[in-house]
Design a protein around this ligand. Structure first.
Ligand SMILES: [Zn+2]
Ligand SMILES: [Zn+2]
Length: 464
């Protein structure tokens, strides 16, 4: 039987990961992520499928980031009826992330339609609503790490720990084809060693083919310990001059890592004791889930929970759900640390904190995550003298500090190590990367005599 991979999304770009593996008549979908881009591209790309969702036999989901699971509710609307296999943590997290994604889309459509109505333009609809998203996880099936499960005759799968976010997995497909057996690995996204809360990625053995991310294919990260020392220096400096520290952070994982590090620093009295606010209902819900998914946590964190020493319960720390409590921070002039959703400063509560604090040079904007091109976050990182927030121009006087050591993705050295550990490999497909990053990794792997390719979107490859 012919075994093929079709690279549906996340090919030559970072978002929208989705790949179709066909073995004879069986169709298996690996991830169904949202492509994230400007409004028109967002709707066009996420609603154009070069396959039939109705005929998919099974889906395996690597993790709950929206660029990997965000298009599932839309696929269900288009007829996807198969089971979706994922770890229990991924299932719980995906439920929160998808409902939030539905909410964001509904809000965005409401905003655009107000303008469209005035201009006499056609009204838009969200890809899916929060209500539609809430039904998606009903077809999920929870799988433990390293538990081999069969998803079709002759096709079994295993999820091993990817060490990227809570519940994240490397997917391994074992396909039997008469005498021949074929092992395909899917490491998208791949984490890194020594992350504060998680286990290290597990390197699968004996792969024939590997689909691997290349977000940082051309870069080396600073060690994660450096994140903590940089955090200490920056936070202390801003607090000493009476400023507020704004930390825009992704709600899933980065927020919990930052809280964990701040907690360690507070315990050791290495930073001044000031109030810390996690201003995001979603981050609050996500943080609550960590305690229930211990299999994804490293020994140190697991032991801390077991002795009742929850790393997310600090005296100074408050999780904010209500909008009014979030707004109340604007009139509170004390030095404080505010961690809020919207990693790239494009929406959410971080915007009003920026609006209120960006012009005061005592304050600090502490960047701990990736800021894509054409986002407010990137303009802040570039330290433009003026930035627009809610259509109004503000002087960027607050100090901007970027800490690059926080990353949940393997860097070039770690990606190479992963490949070496997975040998023998017939071929490696590099996905989930901007072209320059994928190319840098391609060149190195190629020099080592490995067969590598950077597939195009919708390219189909036969596995021999
Ligand atoms: Zn991810
Ligand atoms: Zn990703």
């Amino acid at each position: 039987m012919a075994v093929k991979i079709k690279f549906l999304g996340g090919a030559k770009t970072v978002t929208g990961s989705s790949h179709l593996v066909t073995a004879g008549k069986t169709e298996i979908l690996l991830d169904a992520g949202l492509f994230q881009g400007h409004r028109d591209a967002f709707y066009t790309v996420n609603t154009t499928f070069n396959y039939n969702p109705r005929t998919i036999n099974a889906m395996v989901l690597s993790h709950a980031h929206i660029d990997h699971c965000g298009n599932i509710p839309n696929l269900i609307k288009k007829g996807l009826r198969c089971k979706i296999y994922a770890t229990a943590a991924t299932k719980d997290l995906a439920n929160l992330m998808l409902i939030d994604s539905g909410k964001i889309q509904e809000e965005d459509v409401r905003y655009v339609n107000k303008i469209n109505k005035r201009l006499g333009l056609a009204l838009r609809k969200p890809l899916y609503t929060a209500k539609e998203a809430s039904r998606a996880t009903k077809i999920f099936r929870s799988i433990s790490y390293n538990q081999k499960f069969c998803i079709a005759r002759d096709i079994c799968a295993t999820i091993t720990d990817a060490g990227h976010i809570l519940g994240s997995g490397i997917i391994i497909l074992d396909i039997k084809d008469g005498e021949r057996s074929l092992r395909l690995g899917y490491a998208v996204d791949l984490g890194r060693r020594d992350l504060p809360l998680l286990n290290d990625p597990v390197i699968p053995k004996g792969l024939d083919y590997l689909i691997m991310e290349s977000t940082y294919g051309g870069r080396s990260h600073r060690p994660i310990d450096e994140a903590q020392s940089k955090l200490r220096e920056a936070v202390s400096r801003a607090i000493r001059r009476g400023g507020k520290v704004l930390i825009p952070a992704f709600t899933l994982e980065r927020t919990q890592e930052v809280v964990y590090f701040l907690g360690e620093l507070l315990k050791e009295k290495l930073i001044p004791s000031v109030p810390i606010y996690v201003d995001s209902p979603l981050a609050t819900d996500i943080t609550d889930l960590f305690e229930y998914h211990m299999d994804s946590l490293n020994d140190k964190t697991r032991q801390a929970f077991s002795r009742g020493d929850n790393p997310f319960e600090l005296l100074n720390l408050r999780f904010i759900r209500e909008q009014k409590d979030s707004k109340a921070l604007n009139i509170d002039r004390r030095p404080m640390i505010i961690i809020a959703g919207s990693g790239m400063c494009e929406s959410g509560r971080m915007l009003h904190h920026l609006q209120n604090n960006i012009e005061d040079s005592r304050n600090m904007i502490l960047v701990v995550g990736y800021m894509a091109r054409d986002t407010l976050g990137r303009r802040i990182v570039e330290k433009l003298p003026f930035v627009r927030i809610f259509g109004v121009e503000y002087e960027l006087n607050a100090e901007v500090v970027v800490i690059n050591a926080f990353s949940g993705h393997a860097d070039q050295g770690e990606l190479l190590e992963f490949v070496t550990g997975s040998l023998p490999l017939k071929k490696i497909f590099l996905v989930h990367g901007e072209p320059d990053q994928s190319q840098a990794l391609y060149d190195i792997l190629n020099q080592k005599g490995l067969d590598v390719s950077i597939p195009d979107k919708d390219e189909e490859v036969l596995l021999k």
